[in-house]
Design a protein. Structure first.
Length: 306
């Protein structure tokens, strides 16, 4: 296990360098000239060139990338073109809100998806199974912004049970977390159902039942643990989907996170803030998947020896 962990950690370095390159290219490929936006269209050309040189935008792209990585390693993501404040402080101020929303959405997706998938597998070809898969189909087909608007219309405007926007209290977290986690819950439910059906048909399940084990022990200790192996891999991929979907969710629910900050940075051509937000999201996704790799190796000991 130690060798497996060290190998994964060693591969993390080139992976993060690649993430930095992708983030840098996305920022550079975004249309618009930040210098013209900062100085205005009628600014003198000498002033434009002077500001461009001060920001390092006159250097070749590969030198800009090297400088970007060197500063990022030290925690220096530059200054915002708009606010003139350090980018690291701005993105870290917004990151807890996105982390809170994503964590709540993932918790809902995992708990609801696993429960729905297990119930559907245990009641295979029954009304419960068909109803569960119908709910999963609806959840996977509904776009985040559409389900968010429906939740606001039903629970905030019609019933008045929950607030429609803002952050600061647990009730304000419920609707955005449900809207963001609905699609992931549907995917986890469908995958859990298929994995559990395959596990329940194996010989070791019949052997466990023949030994007189209680049905709950057979399902939880044997079938579910083996069925969780492909589900764990899917959960890692869903983290990226949730972080991406947070952009729309935070916009719909006025949630003050990285998603809204990213949209504002794109609108204002604030490339340092855009790169900082994307880099933080990418690093979070990478580290979460690294942790899930270790969990994957724990669930399936054969993986750690490959």
């Amino acid at each position: 296990m130690l060798r497996y962990a060290l190998t994964k950690l060693a591969l993390l370095v080139p992976l993060l360098l690649g993430v930095c390159l992708v983030v840098f290219v996305i920022g550079a490929a975004t249309p618009g000239d930040p210098v013209q936006m900062m100085l205005g269209e009628g600014a003198p050309s000498a002033e434009v060139e002077r500001l461009r040189a001060r920001l390092g935008l006159d250097l070749p792209w590969y030198l800009q990338y090297v400088h970007f990585v060197g500063r990022a390693v030290r925690g220096d993501l530059g200054l915002s073109y708009r606010s003139k404040l350090p980018v690291f402080g701005e993105v870290m101020d917004r990151f807890p809100a996105t982390l809170e929303l994503t964590t709540a959405a993932m918790a809902f997706a995992v708990i609801f998806g696993l429960a729905l998938g297990v119930l559907a597998a245990l009641g295979h070809n029954t009304v419960l199974d068909r109803l569960a898969m119908l709910l999963a189909l609806v959840g996977s087909s509904a776009p985040v912004f559409w389900s968010g608007l429906l939740l606001i219309l039903l629970f905030a405007l019609t019933l008045g049970w929950l607030p429609a926007s803002g952050r600061g209290s647990p009730p304000q977290l419920v609707l955005p977390a449900l809207a963001l986690g609905l699609g992931s819950a549907a995917l986890i439910a469908r995958l859990t159902r298929s994995s559990m059906l395959e596990a329940l048909s194996q010989d070791y399940i019949r052997t466990a039942r023949a030994k007189g084990l209680a049905e709950r022990a057979v399902v939880v200790r044997h079938a579910l643990r083996n069925g969780l192996i492909p589900v764990t891999a899917a959960i890692g991929l869903q983290v990226g989907g949730l972080l991406a979907g947070a952009v729309l969710t935070e916009t719909v629910f006025a949630w003050p996170g990285l998603g809204r900050l990213t949209v504002q940075a794109i609108e204002q051509r604030d490339f340092p803030v855009l790169r900082g937000a994307l880099l933080l999201v990418a690093i979070t996704f990478t580290l979460v998947n690294l942790a899930l790799d270790f969990l994957f190796a724990y669930l399936d000991p054969r993986i750690r020896y490959r």
